[in-house]
Design a protein around this ligand. Sequence first.
Ligand SMILES: [Zn+2]
Length: 412
Amino acid sequence: MVYTISTLCEGTGGKLKILVALFAAIVLCVGGPAIAAEEVAVGLFYGDSAPRAVVISGRGRLRGRTASGTFDGELRLRVRGRDVVAETGSGERRVGEWMELSPAEGESWLELGDYAYRGRLRIEVQRNGRLKVVNILGVEDYVKGVVPNEMFANAEAYKAQAVVARTLALYVRDHERRHRGDGFDLCTSGHCQVYRGVDSETPLSNQAVEETAGQILTYRGRPILAAYHANAGGATDEVDEVWPGSIRKDFPYLAAFESPFDRAANKLSGYQWCYRWKRTISLSGVAERLAARGQKVGKVRDLVVRKRSRSNRVKELEVIGSRGRARVVGTMAVSRVLGTPSSKLHLKKSGGRFIAEGWGYGDGVGMSQQGALGMAWEGYDYAQILGFYYRGVSLTEDYGRGRSRPLSVPTL
Ligand SMILES: [Zn+2]
C-alpha cells in the first residue's frame, strides 16, 4: 500500500510536519494516520508494560510509508524525551513522535521480538515514556494470524473460526470500540482474540481464511458481537446473565440452548478437563479476589448460591465472611471470584472445604470452540456450525456489503 503525504497525515489539525528522510530512506511525519476501511490496528505493545526500545527487522528491506526509499537490516528504536530515536549500525537519528515501517517487498513481513507480522508497524512514544507498537494490516491477514491460535486443526472448524474472528474484529473496530482509548482496534490477547502473526499460520488455516474471505455474520445488516469461548459445558448462556446490564434485545442471537457437542473435549488429549472438572475452592483466594473488587469480608465462612441462569450457571453468589457479607453478581464475576473455569457448577461443603464440580470453560456465550470442533467431526459444515451457535443471523459476503443468506439451526 502506498500512501501520499497528503492522505496519510489528513486530519492532524495542522500539526503536520514533514521531516527529513531517515538515512535517506524513511520519511516520517507527525500526527495520527488514517486507517483504511478494511484494515485493523492491533496493539502489540502498549501501556505500562510496553518496552522503551524495540528492534525491528525485515525479511527483506524496510520502507518508510511514503515509499521514498528503503532500509536494509535491523533498526533499533528507542525513546528520547518525546521522540522516537532510530539507530542503525551507522548512526542514530531523532525521528519525531511516531513512525511507520513496512516491508519493501509486498509479500514480506516485519520481525519484532519473537514474532513476524504482515502489514506495517506504527511506533510512537506514549505519555509514560514507553513505546507503543501497533500492527496495521488487512483484515484477512489479521484473521490468518488469529484462526490457528483460536481453533483446533480442522477444515470446517477453521472456516467457522475465520468467519467469527473476522466478524468480531469488525464489530470491535466499528461498533464496540473497546480499545478506543488505547489508540488501536484490537489487542493480541484473549481479551479480544489471540493474534500471533505470520509464524502461527498454517496452510490449512490460511486456506480456511481464503475460502471464506470477506464473509461475516450479520444481524439486521450489521456485524454481530461474535462472542466465543472454549467450552459451554453442555449449554450456552444468554448475554445478560453473563454481563449484567447488557441489553438482551440487542443480542438476541446470543441465546441459551443445549450444546451437546461440547463433549468433543473428552476426545481431545489435554483438554478433557474443559468439559467436566472438579476444583477445591481456595477460601483465602476468594477473600483476596473479593478484596481486590473492594468487597472485604474477612475470613470466608460460607458460600451460598442465590441465583442461577437459564443454563444453570451461578449468576449470584453470596460470600459470608467473619467481618461481613458480599454479593457477586454475573456468571463471569462468580467464576472469577471462585477461581473456577466456569460458573456452571455445584458447590459441596466437606469438612470445612468447598469442592466445586462443574462443566465447561469460559463464559458460555456464543460459539463453543470445542463444540464447533465436535460438530465438524460429526460432519456439519461451517455454515451449519455458525447457524447453530448464533441464532437468527445471516452469512454476508464482502464484509457485510454483499450477498446475504440466513443461517438456520441444523437438524441434530
Ligand atoms: Zn482487547
